[in-house]
Design a protein around this ligand. Structure first.
Ligand code: HEM
Length: 448
């Protein structure tokens, strides 16, 4: 028997569509207030929002084969094409097999050194701003995470981070615009956003092409490379259709850069903003960093010793999960939590909402790193906390992202005090990732 979850009355729809454009997080909260499962009917379209860990487990893990990537990512395909984040089925499986070994534990140890060096450069750069006006720390973190990705996955110095970061912003702005306008504005219209998008996409593809050309030259006759770029180039060579393979290679490189840099920079931005608001927590992070690291930079073995800092980062990702929604499309009819989901329906699972479920999280809005104490974690359902997703599409870069967030938080806090400018409010802006609206202007002083 067909059973539908509750949903807003048809009269509420115009208001909902407006909110989709201006207050997406508010919309998700309103949906959650209706229940753990919500159904919205918009003309012929059906949208389900599932807000319970068991539902997340079903959609993302147990019956993942029935759910392909959906809303938002469909728009992102215009630049990411069939890269690892947006592809499905056999293409996805092949790409995951190609890239996954670049993230294995033996490589993480080497990646730690690159993270430590990039973090030390950022500390030095910020030190140079001591006593000067505010710095947009979010922009600097974005540069740092791009630099780390260049060194760890592509074995290159990406240089000119700013241009790459701006291109990603233009691409995302347009993808989000197309999502909220439900693709009603034709793509051939030369709107300013559309023009910016095309220019940015061209620039990103040019960066990718340069990386491939440079690496191909270096690979001639040498050892088979173990990093992501080298592995992707070798995989592309095995494909008969070279034009398609070249296009795919670009998309794969741009995907890794996009998926890996904004998420980690967002985690760091939110963590630093929360530490600024909670000086007692900042002091504990500082004390831990001084105890574990002394004056030196971090190495991979330090990661498990920076336990409190790890809890702080985890709590920041609970409140502000960089990937705030996981969109899927049902392939066949299914049943989730006793409710019917029809084939073709859009399905949303939102870490932002799940991480605030009142049955799993006491006082969900309160910042409390102790929630990630091992004993308390053991008492919570596993799928109540999914900042890196779940099931086969689980983030391939989670270890790198986590290590980066913990090391950079520890080093910056050990050496500096970063203070938000008076009146600055950290407001989340849900784009493809959960950005901070207007960046993070902070002043820098040396840590006492
Ligand atoms: C703290 C930082 C990060 C967070 C919170 C994060 C979060 C996520 C989430 C939630 C997903 C699943 C998306 C879905 O199921 O629809 C994902 C996938 C992915 N992430 Fe991350 N990520 C982070 C860092 C990174 C890094 C450093 C990389 C390195 C390149 C990366 C690359 C990817 C890729 C390629 C995918 C797609 C995997 C697949 O579908 O097989 N991420 N990430």
């Amino acid at each position: 028997m067909t059973r539908h979850p509750p949903g807003p009355p048809p009269a509420a729809l115009p208001g909902l569509l407006k909110k989709l454009a201006v207050d997406r997080l508010g919309l998700m909260r309103e949906a959650a207030a209706l229940g753990d499962a919500v159904r919205v009917v918009i003309g012929p379209k059906k949208l389900y929002v599932f807000n319970h860990p068991d539902h997340a487990k079903h959609v993302l893990a147990d019956n993942n084969a029935n759910y392909r990537k959906g809303i938002g990512l469909v728009q992102a395909r215009r630049v990411l094409g069939d890269g690892l984040l947006t592809s499905d089925g056999d293409i996805w499986q092949e790409q995951r097999r190609t890239v996954q070994p670049a993230f294995k534990p033996t490589r993480i140890a080497r990646q730690a050194d690159a993270v430590a060096e990039e973090a030390a450069k950022l500390v030095a750069l910020l030190r140079g701003r001591e006593g000067a006006g505010p710095v947009d720390v979010q922009a600097e973190l974005t540069g740092l995470t791009l630099g780390v990705l260049g060194r760890t996955l592509l074995d290159t110095d990406l240089g000119g981070h700013d241009a790459v970061a701006h291109s990603f912003e233009a691409v995302q702005d347009q993808a989000m615009f197309e999502m909220v306008t439900q693709d009603l504005v034709p793509k051939w219209l030369p709107t300013p956003g559309q023009r910016r998008f095309r220019k940015a996409r061209k620039e990103l593809y040019e960066v990718a092409d340069r990386l491939v050309a440079d690496r191909t030259g270096r690979m001639a006759g040498g050892e088979p490379p173990q990093d992501a770029l080298g592995r992707m180039i070798l995989a592309a060579r095995r494909t008969a259709d070279t034009t398609a393979a070249r296009a795919r290679l670009r998309e794969e490189i741009v995907t890794l850069l996009l998926a890996g840099h904004e998420t980690t920079a967002s985690t760091l931005g939110w963590t630093l903003s929360l530490l600024d608001k909670h000086p007692e927590v900042r002091e504990r992070v500082r004390a831990e960093a001084r105890h574990v690291l002394g004056d030196r930079g971090p190495q991979v073995e330090d990661l498990h010793r920076l336990g409190y800092t790890t809890m702080v980062v985890q709590e920041a990702m609970r409140l502000y999960p960089p990937v705030w929604v996981l969109p899927r499309v049902a392939q066949e009819d299914d049943e989730v939590g006793g409710y019917t989901v029809s084939a073709g329906a859009d399905v949303l699972v939102s870490p932002y909402i799940l991480h605030r479920h009142p049955d799993m999280w006491e006082e969900p809005e309160r910042f409390d790193p102790e929630r990630f104490d091992a004993q308390r974690v053991a008492h919570r359902p596993r799928y109540a906390y999914i900042p890196f997703g779940a099931g086969p599409r689980f983030c391939v870069g989670s270890n790198l992202g986590m290590m980066e967030a913990v090391f950079v938080t520890a080093l910056l806090t050990r050496d500096l005090t970063l203070t938000s400018v008076p009146g600055h409010r950290a407001v989340p802006e849900p784009m493809l990732s959960l950005r901070m609206a207007g960046g993070l202007p902070m002043t820098v002083t040396a840590a006492s």
